[in-house]
Design a protein around this ligand. Sequence first.
Ligand SMILES: *[C@@H]1O[C@H](CO)[C@@H](O)[C@H](O)[C@H]1NC(C)=O
Ligand SMILES: *[C@@H]1O[C@H](CO)[C@@H](O)[C@H](O)[C@H]1NC(C)=O
Ligand SMILES: *[C@@H]1O[C@H](CO)[C@@H](O)[C@H](O)[C@H]1NC(C)=O
Ligand SMILES: *[C@@H]1O[C@H](CO)[C@@H](O)[C@H](O)[C@H]1NC(C)=O
Length: 405
Amino acid sequence: MQLLILLVCTLPIIWALNNGLARTPPMGWLSWQRFRCNTNCEEDPDNCISEKLYMRMAELLVKEGYQKVGYEYVNIDDCWAAKERGPDGRLIADPDRFPSGIKALANYVHGLGLKLGIYADFGTETCGGYPGSKFYLEMDAQTFAEWGVDMLKLDGCYTDVEDMQYGYPAMGFYLNKTNRPILYSCSWPAYVVGSGKVPNYTQIASTCNIWRNYDDIDDSWDSVKNIISFYGDDTGNFSSAAGPGNFNDPDMLIIGDYGLSYDQQRVQMAMWAIMGAPLLMSNDLGHIRAESKELLQNFYLLRINQDPYGIQGKRILKVGNIEVWKKPMGLQGKGAAYAVLNFNSGGSPVKVDLPFTTLGLIEKEGYNVTEGFTGKFVGVFYAKDVQTVYVNPSGVYLGIAYFDP
Ligand SMILES: *[C@@H]1O[C@H](CO)[C@@H](O)[C@H](O)[C@H]1NC(C)=O
Ligand SMILES: *[C@@H]1O[C@H](CO)[C@@H](O)[C@H](O)[C@H]1NC(C)=O
Ligand SMILES: *[C@@H]1O[C@H](CO)[C@@H](O)[C@H](O)[C@H]1NC(C)=O
Ligand SMILES: *[C@@H]1O[C@H](CO)[C@@H](O)[C@H](O)[C@H]1NC(C)=O
């Protein structure tokens, strides 16, 4: 007992942010990748950044069954604000595109049982040139809370990267002071990485619920591959900063957009599940193929992503263009989801032999293995066993090893 007390007193205790939010990776929809900074509502009323867009997406989240499987945030990104702050210094929404205002939009979204996210920037301007929050952090936190906002993405354009280690915690402090639970999404480490440094992820996790640490995703396979590669390298050991309340954010899901083949969409969904990533779709929920919608709502994939232990999966093997990833999950972290990725673009599926010892799956009781997308039973596997799988070009095999004896 005495020893224990001694240990508790002498170890530096670093608290990860625990505001009760993001106990599992947050799920929802975010406008940026698909709709960008389109403010031309006169010529393009259905796709411009306006209250109508967010209302329509909120309705579709409900109507198309996304809400039922866990997608709950409807998130505004850049270009929502008027170009100038109001006379009292407060941010205001663009009056033409958001005539009812953000508070009314929040009420509407809440009425559907969903939550509203908003976007701001720690610098003097947002990336799109709208008013930044530097010198207004406290006021903006209060404004967002008064409006009924549930999540804030704080970007980092137009500021010195060195200032971020003070600014992001300051905003976190002011958000906390509002007393409204607001999920805090920080772009901070992405800018640190961009400046060629390795972020202090312990510090970031003590401030932020989720954080971006790499380039913006765009609608391409190259972009998805680069992100997976960055997460595989895990420079700075950022995977270990993840857990209930705190998650690395590899950026939005582009499933249902233009850039990925069906197999590549399976890769993104499988890998975002394995990485325990926030699942923020950026697509047009009104125009989406059935196969993409099915992936986004896949029960087994969502269960991997939402595993309550919140352990981020890691790359455990890379041989040429084949990679093996594993996310411990379930009972005492002894079960696992695992993915075999084939980054070859040559025509036929590649055969991969997967020794269970390589996966670190060595419990003597063995594992009930199912195929990850369908839940179909594959067999009982023991440490000595080797599973043979075939992986499509630019594709993935996903397995789940249940340990529940
Ligand atoms: C504020 O911070 C405290 C201490 O970390 C936490 O318990 C509380 O839930 C936070 N409140 C909000 C509204 O974020
Ligand atoms: C990272 O931040 C934590 C918490 O602020 C601090 O205790 C630790 O010394 C920092 N680590 C490095 C390598 O700077
Ligand atoms: C990463 O962090 C985990 C948990 O803190 C630790 O056990 C592990 O040794 C670290 N790995 C490296 C390579 O620093
Ligand atoms: C595998 O499934 C069977 C049937 O449900 C169960 O009895 C057994 O305990 C499971 N084994 C493991 C290791 O989870």
